[in-house]
Design a protein around this ligand. Structure first.
Ligand code: ZN
Ligand code: ZN
Length: 375
C-alpha cells in the first residue's frame, strides 16, 4: 500500500542561504574554513545525500568565497545529479592517483584553521590535521545552532515524515500477533516504512514482554505472546532527507489493570510535557513536567532517560530535552517528547511524538492514539 504523498521540495535558495550562514559563523569558532564530509550536515547544507566512502568527499566553505565540493571521480556524476552546481558550488573531482587531502589544502589560505563537522571520520580528520599546520576545531557549535531553528519548509518536511510514520503505526495490527517473532514483525515494519513514504529505514525497535523493560532493546527472535506489551519505536528518512521517530506501546490480548494505569500516567506525563513546551520555556522545564507526573504515579525511578531530542536531517540533534539544559524553546525548533518507564524483569512502555514549535506554540506532527493500543 502506498499512500498519496506530496513532498515539499526545499528551494535551492534555502540551501544557498544555509551555506552562507554556515560560512559566516566560522569567525566565532576561530576558523577560516568549514570542511564537511558525507552525512546529515552535508545533506543539510547542499541536499547532496553522498555515500560515505574511504575516499574523500568534502564540501569546503569559506566566507566570501565560492563553495567547493571535492569528490572522487567516480562520485562526480552523483554529485551533479544532486544539483549542487545549481547552488553555485564548484565541483572538483580527483582521480585515484591524486592526493585529495592536498587538493583541499590548496583551496585554503596559508596557515588556515579548519572547522570539521562533528561526525567526520577520524581517518579524514587526522589526514587533514597532518596536512595543515594547525589542529582542526569542531564545527558543531555553529552548525548545531543553525540546524536547530528550522524554516517553515523544514517544518513541513517534518510533518510529512510524521504522517508517513503514523501510517506505519496505523497498520501495526497486521503484524503484531502472538506466535510471531520480534524479528519477523520488524521485517514487515521495515518494508512498510519505505512503502509509506520514506527513502530509508533508520531503526526498528520491537520490544515484547520483558524486553519492553529495556529502553535500548532493538529486536530479537523472541516470540510474541498474548497478555504482554510490545513497545514499537520506529523511524526513517524521507526522500527529502528529514527524519521520523514515533513510539507507541501495544498490548496483545486482555490488558493488565496495573499496566493500564501505568500507561495512563505515561499519557498524562507526555501531555504535561507537551503543555509545558511553550515559546520561551526552557528545555529542562519540559523534561521536569513529564518527570513530575511519573514520580507522582510512583514510576519516577523507572524513567531512566531524557524526555527528548531535537530532530531534522538527523534523528538526534539539538535541542536535547533534558535536566540541566536551559536552552529556551523558540519557533522553528523540532524535538521529541518521549517519556517512558522501564521496570526491570517486568515490563515497560514509551510514548513518543515529534513536536514542532511554531509562533502559535507547540504542535505535534504525530497523531496516532496515545493510550495503550489493544490488539
Ligand atoms: Zn523513537
Ligand atoms: Zn526519539
Amino acid at each position: 500500500m502506498s499512500a498519496a504523498y506530496t513532498a515539499v521540495v526545499i528551494a535551492p535558495s534555502e540551501f544557498v542561504q544555509r551555506m552562507r550562514r554556515a560560512a559566516d559563523s566560522l569567525e566565532a569558532l576561530g576558523a577560516d574554513a568549514l570542511v564537511v564530509t558525507p552525512g546529515p550536515a552535508l545533506r543539510y547544507l547542499t541536499n547532496y545525500d553522498a555515500v560515505a566512502l574511504e575516499r574523500l568527499t568534502c564540501l569546503v566553505l569559506q566566507p566570501g568565497r565560492e563553495a567547493v565540493l571535492v569528490v572522487p571521480a567516480l562520485e562526480y556524476p552523483a554529485a551533479l545529479a544532486a544539483g549542487v552546481e545549481a547552488l553555485g558550488i564548484q565541483v572538483v573531482s580527483w582521480q585515484e592517483d591524486q592526493d585529495a587531502v592536498a587538493m583541499v589544502v590548496e583551496l585554503l589560505p596559508y596557515e588556515a584553521v579548519i572547522a570539521v563537522d562533528d561526525h567526520m571520520p577520524a581517518t579524514k580528520v587526522l589526514a587533514l590535521a597532518q596536512a595543515m599546520s594547525s589542529m582542526p576545531v569542531l564545527a558543531g557549535p555553529a552548525l548545531n545552532a543553525l540546524q536547530m531553528i528550522k524554516s517553515s519548509a523544514e517544518i513541513d518536511e517534518l510533518r510529512i515524515a510524521g504522517a508517513a510514520i503514523d501510517r506505519v503505526h496505523a497498520r501495526m495490527g497486521e503484524w503484531l500477533q502472538a506466535g510471531r517473532s520480534e524479528a519477523q514483525v520488524a521485517r514487515d515494519i521495515a518494508e512498510a516504512i519505505v512503502a509509506e513514504g520514506h527513502a530509508r529505514v533508520d531503526f526498528v525497535i520491537v520490544a515484547s514482554g520483558p524486553h519492553s523493560a529495556s529502553a535500548h532493546h532493538a529486536v530479537s527472535d523472541r516470540i510474541l505472546q498474548a497478555g504482554e506489551p510490545v513497545v514499537v519505536d520506529i523511524g526513517g528518512t524521507t526522500p527529502s532527507g528529514y527524519c521520523s521517530d514515533e513510539t507507541r506501546t501495544y498490548w496483545l490480548g486482555k490488558p493488565d489493570q496495573q499496566y493500564l494505569e501505568h500507561c495512563a500516567a505515561l499519557e498524562r506525563a507526555q501531555q504535561e510535557a507537551f503543555d509545558a513546551a511553550t515559546i520561551g520555556a526552557s528545555a529542562q522545564s519540559v523534561d521536569a513536567a513529564a518527570r513530575q507526573v511519573l514520580a507522582e504515579a510512583g514510576l519516577g525511578e523507572y524513567f531512566v532517560h531524557r524526555t527528548g531530542h531535537g530532530i531534522g536531517t538527523s534523528t538526534h540533534e539539538e535541542p536535547y530535552i533534558v535536566q540541566g539544559n536551559p536552552q529556551e524553546l523558540r519557533a522553528g525548533m523540532a524535538f521529541s517528547i518521549e517519556p517512558g518507564f522501564y521496570i526491570p524483569q517486568r515490563w515497560g512502555a514509551r510514548l513518543e511524538d515529534i513536536v514542532v514549535m511554531t509562533r502559535e506554540g507547540a504542535q505535534r506532527v504525530n497523531h496516532r492514539p496515545r493510550g495503550l493500543t489493544l490488539l
